[in-house]
Design a protein around this ligand. Structure first.
Ligand code: PEP
Ligand code: MG
Length: 841
């Protein structure tokens, strides 16, 4: 029975080898054998065989040795199901002993033979006999002298001579490798890479091609693309008279493969071998349907292929490789779409620190908006603007940001805050602007008044010092590491086109400004899903007007100021409509509590008193009177719409007049008007009747009809529960999962950053729920909302516009729950498009 068991299998074209029984390496070697590549004789041990070995039950060793010539040296390598899961170190040159050493000294020279033996003894001593590596510290010689010294050291430590019998050597190697797989470190390492608890290990025993000896001998790796850019380019290293991965080690003497002016190359040294290698790599790419790295040995001028592994690649190389494979007809387009990790697109959209560049990491905070940027530190929005005016890139450092900092954020190349989490102010605005941003960097000391930022290691940074913010990793770096530019190149565009063809859920962008809208178009969003209009009131000239409006004592006084704001808002909307060229634009009416617009500092209040011609004490009193204990649950959103209706009246008028203006010049615009923070049907009825009245008035004044769609933001738990009675009043519902998460957990989105990492670390939350949608709790409310709304109005448009809309896992949920589209920051639109396509394929 053992004869036919895949337990011990000589790898031939027909052998019953699978990745699930023998591991990925064994399976790949079989594919190479089928392609007639010069692969040395290889025997595969199945997962079951290796498991038995770990338990002390040895396979038939003479039978294994019988598959090789008596003079062969062997090497054993791990073969886990997924090569990424790792495995124990390879052991080379098994079979070396005193007798083989004498023989080989005759054929390949004493130094080469000694090198083989010495390497084996060293690996064996450390990984098999488990001796302390320090034991060999004094053995500095190589060659025959080093060999004698190492054999002596082995004997001294173990009181035994080095095992001479190849069978005994192989048994010991197999046992130690099998057991290493069960060790705690190995388990943890592979678990971190996604391996299941019971992942198996296979082993491959291969005839050793020494890589040392007469003629041109050596070893190396070769691939056909640049691992950072993915562009076609022969890449790799080769080292004469070497084996294993020596060529990749510190060995500065390794050769380039292709002719290279920086140094000698294999192409010049052994042109035929080089040409063979390239042909093998190209064949592997075509037949294994993947860009492969070839591990090879050259023995006396002849090429042998030891292995092929998936070429390691940066995210941008990943896109180019997948697209080129499809363009070359090697894989279908949809498979190319599936092969790119959606999260990894984030790195293409922005400049980033070049992989492998030296990093002087000061601390790690929450990477709230990806990309990297270098600039001089500034501590205030005003300094940021001054710096931008001088054309000097700057990094805005604040304890936290507030709407007053938005102008400074526009001027900065990156933002760093001490406080906050994924949906705090700096994070949301940073993502909207495509600005690298780190929040919650509480490892550093922020003395923003004194203008000193202190790293955990005690280094101080002051205004003008250079920092780099890596918003992808959350790392704050000193100085200026080497950068890689964004890569929205043709392969990216092609991949996106293929993704869109497969996708079945809409993707819109959250966009507040003309720049956002331009970005939304650049990334091919299908419209604007959320325009947060309050951001428009923070423009320099408008803030004072806004404050005047807030301070107005009577509705008439308020209306007079709003009259002055109207043309500005109309202009904002006209611009958005023009840029979006007929695509839907969903405008949310004013949402935040009014006191967010009031100055908090004494100076600010004095300036306001001056501007409004009031005593400072009056201003202080009013600011004080308007403050709320819990502003996020206070007078904001539709509650303002109900109690101070003039603001919404003005906004509705601006939207409708802009609609008519923009429709005159281009595609007819059908604006979407959205009411925030609704919790009761009556709120909708009240606001709706006023907006309808404004629409009728504008149509009458302009003698021109137009359509508009009214919708409600569902972002309170009650609105989800009562979605059935809200739905009949509106054309769409957009679920605001930021506030909904905040209110479902009773967890402040602006304060959670302080303890979120502890909560995730301790497993209270599997992830930050402001980042990845809590499908169990918040998700159940979404399901209920969808079910109840559609139960009443089956054709109602439903969407999600919280930050979760750009998160691939959350998009999977939204698609399953039946949402028509999700809307996210413009810079996350491509990630969302790709993730959505992958769900549909
Ligand atoms: C939300 O609450 O999910 C939302 C989109 O609105 P905002 O983030 O502006 O509160
Ligand atoms: Mg909200």
């Amino acid at each position: 029975a053992v004869q036919n068991d895949p337990y011990i299998t000589l790898i031939t074209a027909e052998a019953p080898v699978t990745a699930e029984t023998h591991g990925g390496r064994a399976k790949c070697l079989q594919r190479l054998v089928r392609l007639d590549m010069p692969v040395p004789q290889t025997v595969a041990l199945s997962f079951a065989a290796v498991q038995d070995i770990a338990r002390g039950q040895m396979p038939d060793i003479p039978r294994i040795l019988g598959k090789f010539a008596a003079t062969d040296l062997l090497c054993v390598r791990p073969s886990s199901e997924d090569p990424d899961w790792g495995g124990p170190n390879a052991v080379l040159n098994i079979g070396m002993n005193d007798a083989r050493y004498d023989e080989l000294s005759g054929t390949m020279g004493q130094d080469a033979a000694a090198a083989l033996y010495l390497r084996f003894v060293q690996i064996y001593a450390i990984h098999v006999a488990r001796l302390d590596p320090d034991v060999f510290d004094d053995v500095s010689d190589d060659g025959p002298a080093g060999l004698s010294a190492i054999l002596r050291a082995y004997e001294d430590e173990t009181d035994e001579v080095f095992p001479q019998d190849p069978g005994e050597q192989l048994v010991a190697v197999l046992r130690s490798m099998a057991r290493a797989w069960d060790g705690t470190t190995a388990r943890l390492l592979r678990k971190a890479k996604g391996a299941p608890e019971e992942a198996g290990l296979g082993l491959v025993i291969q005839r050793m091609i020494p890589g040392v000896g007469q003629g041109e001998c050596g070893s190396g790796v070769l691939q056909l693309v640049d691992p950072v850019t993915g562009l076609p380019q022969v890449n790799g290293r080769y080292l004469s008279q070497s084996q294993g991965r020596d060529a990749l080690g510190a060995g500065a003497s390794a050769l380039f493969l292709e002719k290279d002016e920086r140094g000698p190359s294999l192409e010049e040294l052994a042109p035929d071998a080089f040409a063979d290698l390239k042909a093998h790599a190209a064949l592997m790419r075509e037949k294994l349907r993947e860009e492969m790295q070839v591990e090879f040995v050259i023995q006396n001028g002849e090429v042998r292929i030891l292995d092929g592994v998936r070429t390691p690649r940066s995210p941008r190389a990943g896109v180019r490789i997948a697209v080129r494979l499809a363009e070359d007809g090697i894989i279908p387009q949809q498979e190319a779409v599936m092969r790119v990790d959606a999260h990894s697109l984030n790195e293409l959209m922005h400049r980033q620190v070049r992989p492998g560049a030296a990093r002087d990491v000061l601390t790690t905070g929450i990477g709230a908006s990806p990309g990297a940027a270098t600039g001089r530190i500034v501590f205030t929005a005003a300094e940021a603007q001054a710096s931008a005016a001088r054309g000097e890139p700057c990094i805005l450092v604040r304890r936290e940001t507030s709407p007053e900092d938005v102008r400074g954020m526009h001027a900065a190349v990156a933002v760093l805050t001490e406080k906050g989490g994924m949906t705090s102010h700096a994070a949301v605005i940073g993502r909207g602007l495509g600005l690298p941003c780190i929040v919650g960097a509480s490892g550093m000391r922020f003395q923003t008044r004194k203008k000193i930022l202190t790293a955990p290691d005690g280094r101080d940074f002051r205004t003008g010092d250079i920092l780099t913010i890596d918003g992808s990793s959350g790392q704050v770096l000193a100085g200026e590491p080497e950068m890689l530019e964004a890569a929205l190149d043709d392969s990216f565009q092609t991949l996106m086109r293929w993704a869109d063809a497969a996708r079945d859920i809409g993707i819109r962008a959250n966009a507040d400004t003309p720049e956002d809208a331009e970005a939304a178009r650049k990334f091919d969003a299908q419209g604007i899903g959320l325009c947060r209009t309050e951001h428009m009131f923070f423009e320099p000239g408008r803030l004072t007007m806004m404050r005047e409006m807030i301070f107005a004592q009577t509705p008439q006084g308020r209306a007079a100021v709003l009259e002055r704001l109207l043309p500005m808002q109309r202009d904002d909307f006209t611009q958005l409509f023009r840029i979006m060229q007929g695509q839907p634009v969903c405008i949310r009416l004013f949402d935040p509590p009014l006191h967010e617009f009031l100055p908090t500092t004494r100076t600010g209040q004095r300036e306001l008193a001056e501007a409004l011609d009031l005593p400072v004490s009056d201003v202080e009193r009013r600011v004080e009177a308007m403050s709320e204990y819990n502003p996020m649950l206070g007078l904001r959103g539709v509650r303002l719409g109900v109690t101070v209706p003039e603001i919404y009246d003005m906004q509705a008028r601006a939207i409708f007049e802009a609609t008519l203006d923009a429709s005159e010049e281009g595609a007819p615009v059908v604006p979407e008007v959205m009411i925030p923070l609704v919790s009761a049907k009556r709120e909708v009825e009240l606001v709706k009747s006023r907006i309808d009245a404004v629409a009728a008035a504008v149509a009458a004044e302009r003698r021109c009809e137009f359509d508009y769609r009214l919708g409600v933001m569902v972002e309170t738990p009650r609105a989800c529960l009562r979605a059935d009675e809200i739905a009949p009043h509106v054309s769409f519902l957009s679920f605001g999962t930021n506030d909904l998460t905040q209110m479902t957990y009773g967890l402040s989105r602006d304060d959670a950053g302080r303890f979120m990492s502890a909560y995730v670390q301790k497993g209270v939350f599997p992830e930050d729920p402001f980042h990845v949608l809590d499908t169990e709790g918040v998700g159940e409310l979404l399901w209920l909302g969808v079910e109840r709304a559609r139960g009443e109005c089956p054709g109602l448009t439903l969407s999600v516009c919280g930050e979760h809309g750009g998160n691939p896992e959350s998009i999977a949920f939204c698609r399953a729950a039946g949402f028509d589209y999700v809307s996210c920051s413009p810079y996350r639109v491509p990630v969302a498009r790709l993730a959505a396509a992958q769900l549909a394929i």
